[in-house]
Write a protein of this length. Sequence first.
Length: 165
Amino acid sequence: MIEYSEGVYHLIQRGNNRGFIFDRREDKEYLLELIRDFQRIMGFECYGYVIMSNHYHLIIKRHEVPIKDIMHRINNQFSRYYNQKNKRTGHVFENRYRGYHVMDDRYLLSLLRYIHQNPVSAGICQRVSDYAWSSDHFYRKNTLWALVNIDFILGIFSADRKNAL
């Protein structure tokens, strides 16, 4: 994957052997804490996410720090936590993350819709708004949170927040 400073990327990381590694609430909460902490340290923006039972998706905009370094820190820290908590050793994640450069706003909007609809497509819930482990509720409720930058996506629709919503 060719990386560009100020580039937006879709990142996907699966559990080893597609195993369920995010089946407990505290595991999902810990992953979100890690993303938020490393976001502050490494200076990237998050535009969207979903955490499923065996994988997660992120949409981030990188600045100075390369994606490989961001993902290494998040996945390494989570793996140590997960192995220690479950008294196990070995790989938590399957292979390296997959990453795709998001080239334009149209693709970005369809990507955000895709990751928010992931739980519905998987049969976990009936409606996107029913799933707690995605960034959808921040957009839906116009909520500013340290992890998700909703301003960038909403700004694609309109500079006026009410019109964007």
